[in-house]
Write a protein that binds this ligand. Structure first.
Ligand code: FAD
Ligand code: 2HG
Ligand code: ZN
Length: 477
C-alpha cells in the first residue's frame, strides 16, 4: 500500500467556516461529546467537528480534507464498541458527524424498500417502516441512538440475524462520497444486479476507511401478525444448542431470535438495573431468550411455541420456561437481555470479546475457554451471552471481586490471547459484529493470512491513496 502522505501543517479552517457557519464545532465544550467512545475506552482530539446536511456538503468537506491532507473520522450515533468513530490524540483529524442527515427520502411498499440518509436513527427507520405496514428487521439495544450509516459501516448484527441476516444482507444500494470528494449514487433498489464488482459491499463494514456513506436503500419485509417471546432455563450451552436445533426444526423461518444469557449476566442486570427481575423462580446456569414471529395469528404462534417448549422440557434440554403473556412482558424479557452491556459498564471496566465460531463448536468453545481462563486467572468473572443462533458470543471478562481495574486490565492481552487462540482453533472470527475499529487491527493482522491483509491494503490504497479516511482503523496505521 502507498504510505499515507504526511499531513500538511495545521489546515486553515476558514474555507470550511464560510460554508458551515454554525455547523463547524471547534470549542471543547461543543466537541467533547464526539471525542469519547461509548465504552469510555478512547478519548481523542479533533481539529473540529463538521455537521453536514447534504451529500454535497459531505463532498465539499471531503474535498477540503483531501486538499489539506486532513484525516477524516466519520461518526454516526457514536455507539460503536471498538473506538472506530473516535479520532486519535493528535488533534489533526476532522470528525464528520452525519447526525443532521436524518431524512427518510422514500418508502416504496411495492418494492419493499426504504431509502434513508445515513444519520437516520435506527429506531426511526423501524418506526417509519411500521407506519407503512412493513418491518425493518435490524434490531439492537443501541437502536435509539445508532444510525443507519453506522450500522452499514460496521455491518451490524443484532438480535434477528438468524432470520433476516446482518446489515449487509438488508442493503440494496448506497450513496457514497469517495475519498476524492465525488458523490457516487448507487441507490438502486434491485434484488438482482450482476453488472460487475459489487461496490456497495466494499463500503459496508469498512468502518469509514474507504468513503462516507451518505444514504442507503434498505430492504423491508412484511410485518408479522404476532411475536411470541419465551425465556427458557437450560443446564448448559450444549443443551441450548440442542434446543436451537429443535426450534429450527419445529418453527423453521418463524424463529427470529435465539439469545444465550448466562446466570452471571442475569445477576448483573438485576444488580445494576433493578427494575428488571428474572421471570423464573429458580436460578439456572444459562437461559435462552427465544422469539418466534408468526404470520397467521397470536394463537397459532403461542400453540407452536408451547408445543416446542413442552417437547424440550420432556427431553431435558429445558428445565423451566416462561412464555411472555403480553407485549409488556415480552419487553421485560428483552430488557434483561438488552440491559447486559449497560449493566456490565456500570459494574466497571471489562474486556470484551465479540467472537464467532461455527454454531456446532459453541459448546466446546465455551467449555475449553472457560477452563483455560479460570486456570490462569482464577476468580475472574466470565460474562457470557450473545447471539447463539448466529454462532456469535459476547465472551466478556470482568475482574475477580476485590481486584482493581488496573491490575485486571494488565492481563488484557493474556486473556485476549487465550480467547483468540481458542477462536482460531475453531476457525472462528475475532470480530463477529462490532468491527475492528482501533481496538483490533493488530489482532486481525495476526489472525488473518498475509495474503488476505495484503488484498485489504490494496483495496484501501486504490480507493484512498492519501490515507485520509479514518486512518488507524481496520488496518494498522
Ligand atoms: P458509530 O459508533 O458512530 O461509528 C461506527 C463506525 O462506523 C466508525 O468506524 C465510524 O467511523 C463509521 N461510520 C459511522 N457512520 C458512517 C458513515 N455514514 N459513513 C462511513 N463510516 C461511518 N452492534 C451489533 O452489531 N450488534 C448488537 O447487538 C449491538 N448491540 C449494542 C448494544 C449497545 C448497548 C451498544 C452501546 C452498542 C451495540 N452495538 C451492537 C454496537 C453499535 O451500536 C453498532 O456498531 C452500530 O452499528 C454503530 O452505529 P453508530 O451510528 O453508533 O456508529
Ligand atoms: C449486544 O449484543 C451487543 O448486546 C453488545 O453487541 C455486546 O456489550 C457487549 O459486549
Ligand atoms: Zn451483540
Amino acid at each position: 500500500m502507498n504510505a499515507p502522505t504526511a499531513p500538511l501543517p495545521p489546515a486553515p479552517l476558514d474555507g470550511l467556516r464560510q460554508r458551515f457557519s454554525g455547523r463547524l464545532l471547534t470549542e471543547d465544550v461543543d466537541t467533547a461529546p464526539f471525542l469519547t467512545d461509548w465504552r469510555k475506552r478512547y478519548t481523542g482530539r479533533a481539529l473540529a467537528v463538521a455537521q453536514p446536511d447534504t451529500a454535497a456538503d459531505v463532498a465539499a468537506i471531503v474535498r477540503w480534507c483531501a486538499e489539506h491532507r486532513v484525516p477524516l473520522v466519520p461518526q454516526g450515533g457514536n455507539t460503536g464498541m471498538v473506538g472506530g468513530a473516535t479520532p486519535d490524540a493528535s488533534g489533526s483529524a476532522l470528525v464528520l458527524s452525519l447526525a443532521r442527515m436524518n431524512r427518510i427520502r422514500d418508502i416504496d411498499t411495492v418494492n419493499n424498500t426504504a431509502t434513508v440518509e445515513a444519520g437516520v436513527i435506527l429506531a426511526n427507520l423501524q418506526q417509519a417502516a411500521r407506519d407503512a405496514g412493513r418491518l425493518f428487521p435490524l434490531s439492537l439495544a443501541a437502536e435509539g441512538s445508532c444510525t443507519v450509516g453506522g450500522n452499514l459501516s460496521t455491518n451490524a448484527g443484532g438480535v434477528q440475524v438468524l432470520r433476516y441476516g446482518n446489515t449487509r444482507e438488508l442493503c440494496l444500494g448506497l450513496e457514497v462520497v469517495t475519498p476524492a470528494g465525488e458523490v457516487w449514487n448507487g441507490l438502486r433498489g434491485l434484488r438482482k444486479d450482476n453488472t460487475g464488482y459489487d461496490l456497495k459491499d466494499l463500503f459496508i463494514g469498512a468502518e469509514g476507511t474507504l468513503g462516507v456513506i451518505t444514504a442507503a436503500t434498505m430492504k423491508l419485509y412484511p410485518l408479522p401478525a404476532a411475536q411470541v417471546t419465551a425465556l427458557a432455563a437450560v443446564p448448559d450451552p450444549h443443551a441450548a444448542l440442542r434446543l436451537l436445533m429443535l426450534a429450527q426444526q419445529r418453527l423453521a423461518a418463524s424463529l427470529t431470535a435465539f439469545e444465550l444469557i448466562s446466570d452471571y449476566c442475569m445477576g448483573l442486570v438485576e444488580r445494576h438495573l433493578p427494575a428488571n427481575r428474572r421471570p423464573l423462580a429458580e436460578a439456572s446456569p444459562y437461559y435462552v431468550l427465544l422469539e418466534s414471529s408468526d404470520f397467521e395469528s397470536e394463537a397459532h404462534a403461542r400453540e407452536r411455541f408451547e408445543a416446542l417448549l413442552g417437547e424440550a422440557m420432556e427431553s431435558g434440554e429445558v428445565t423451566d420456561a416462561a412464555i411472555a403473556g403480553s407485549i409488556a412482558q415480552s419487553r421485560a424479557f428483552w430488557a434483561i437481555r438488552e440491559g447486559i452491556p449497560e449493566a456490565q459498564a456500570l459494574e466497571g471496566r471489562n474486556i470484551k470479546h465479540d467472537i464467532s465460531v461455527p454454531i456446532s463448536s459453541i459448546g466446546r468453545f465455551i467449555d475449553e475457554t472457560n477452563a483455560a481462563i479460570e486456570r490462569d486467572f482464577p476468580g475472574v468473572r466470565l460474562v457470557v451471552f450473545g447471539h447463539l443462533g448466529d454462532g456469535n458470543l459476547h465472551y466478556n471478562v470482568s475482574p475477580a471481586p476485590g481486584v482493581s481495574p488496573e491490575a485486571f486490565l494488565a492481563h488484557e492481552s493474556a486473556i485476549n490471547h487465550i480467547t483468540y487462540e481458542a477462536v482460531a482453533a475453531h476457525r472462528g472470527s475475532i470480530s463477529a459484529e462490532h468491527g475492528l475499529g482501533q481496538l483490533k487491527p493488530d489482532e486481525n493482522v495476526h489472525y488473518k493470512s498475509p495474503l488476505e491483509i495484503g488484498l485489504m491494503r490494496s483495496i484501501k490504497a486504490a480507493l484512498d491513496p492519501q490515507g485520509i479516511m479514518n486512518p488507524g482503523k481496520v488496518l494498522p496505521a
